[in-house]
Design a protein around this ligand. Sequence first.
Ligand SMILES: Cc1cc2nc3c(=O)[nH]c(=O)nc-3n(C[C@H](O)[C@H](O)[C@H](O)COP(=O)(O)OP(=O)(O)OC[C@H]3O[C@@H](n4cnc5c(N)ncnc54)[C@H](O)[C@@H]3O)c2cc1C
Length: 458
Amino acid sequence: MTKTSVLWFRRDLRLQDHPALAAAAADGRRVLGVFLADDVPLTASGAPRRAFLAAALAALAESMDGRLLVAHGRPATAIPRIARSVGADAVHVTGDYGPYGRRRDAAVAAALADAGIDWVATGSPYAISPGRVRKGDGGRFAVFTPFFRAWTQHGWRGPATSGSGVDWVRPADADGVPAHDPAEYARTVPSGMTLPDAGEGAASAAWESFMADRIDAYDQDRDRPDRPGTSRLSVHLKWGCIHPRTLLAELAGRRSTGAAAYRRELAWREFYADTVFHLPASVWTSVDPVIQGMRWDSGATADERFAAWRTGRTGYPYIDAGMRQLLAEGWMHNRLRMATASFLIKDLHLPWQRGAEHFLEHLVDGDYASNNHGWQWVAGSGPQAAPFFRIFNPLTQGEKFDPSGDFVRAYVPELRDVPGKKVHRPWELDGGGPAGYPEPIVDHAEERAEALRRWEAR
Ligand SMILES: Cc1cc2nc3c(=O)[nH]c(=O)nc-3n(C[C@H](O)[C@H](O)[C@H](O)COP(=O)(O)OP(=O)(O)OC[C@H]3O[C@@H](n4cnc5c(N)ncnc54)[C@H](O)[C@@H]3O)c2cc1C
């Protein structure tokens, strides 16, 4: 009799280059594909991320001729029930290396063992699974540069062959499991927000267009928010609509400095996941206690300033454009993520966790490792972080990376008629800034000095 496996999809919403799918379908096994709506990660995800997930699931279901079971429940009870209902003898997954995922998977594997069903984890959402790249003495790499060297030397497998000819089990065969309609998440997208196309096809299209037009100039253009210089693949990587090994295999054939720079950025993603694997508490706690004892602001004025930052009304056009890009697209350019984070921590004197939470609420690519360690990089508390006393100047950053002001004008309509780079300092215009756009809520020079005083006094 043909045997049946369950493939439990999590952050691997694709069919190509999917080692766990290849393992589940080996030897002509039938496969039931399942996505489980689990309240723990779902309630921790903001509305944009949930809406993107719904669209990615719809695309995945379509590529499986509709044979994707989307169910709702607690993993440790629902997954064994689903497996039993189709007589599966194994549940296959892509390994999850985050703190919650590891705890959840241990509980599910134990429940399956009780039911006599195998648990098989194959691969990870990374080129090299977190925890595998180690120093000579077996310890973790605390600094990116040697990690990057060892990661490159370690190497990774080529893309897996998977996806075609799978004998998918009809979801209707899995009786007694509450089905779930993820389309309801799509209705919660904040009005005015446009999300990127989701699914494996959209991910491949984004990658192909980047490889065709932008990869070789990536090292020069990646710092320019006014240009479409980056790949916009973070959201697809987040949900596994494409695997980094697929990207690395194609990059291997490209010798340009742009391709080398891109490979290095992918390695940052892997480094942060590796750090979180070794130090799960580092998601919300500073890795380096260097900023311990710093004085942070709280109270009504701090809350008002936080609200101005969140809504893109600080009076600093470059910062406001970044924050409004986040609200409009669920994505923000990397230079802006750094500048807006620096502004929150060092101009408004608020703890990095407050900003990280806001980003996670709105980013479609929101990821605990990359986001919270990105924040710690800016705060000076992360591994190989920028030192705290490196304080981004919101004016000169804008003038340098958005020299003609096009980025600001695209996201701050009040400033749309201000020509050229003057848009970065609207208060210097004859007659003052345009009506409706706020005055700067703080004076950068003063707050910079204040941040340095607090740093010295910690
Ligand atoms: C404060 C802050 C918060 C961030 N939050 C997130 C987040 O939640 N999710 C997320 O994926 N990235 C995050 N980043 C990293 C980076 O900003 C985004 O990955 C990048 O802007 C995504 O756009 P892209 O795909 O066009 O990037 P590209 O420039 O095309 O880069 C290619 C890929 O490399 C990886 N990458 C690039 N830069 C970094 C980086 N600094 N750290 C880790 N991986 C990187 C991403 O997977 C990205 O998709 C954050 C950075 C900072 C400073």
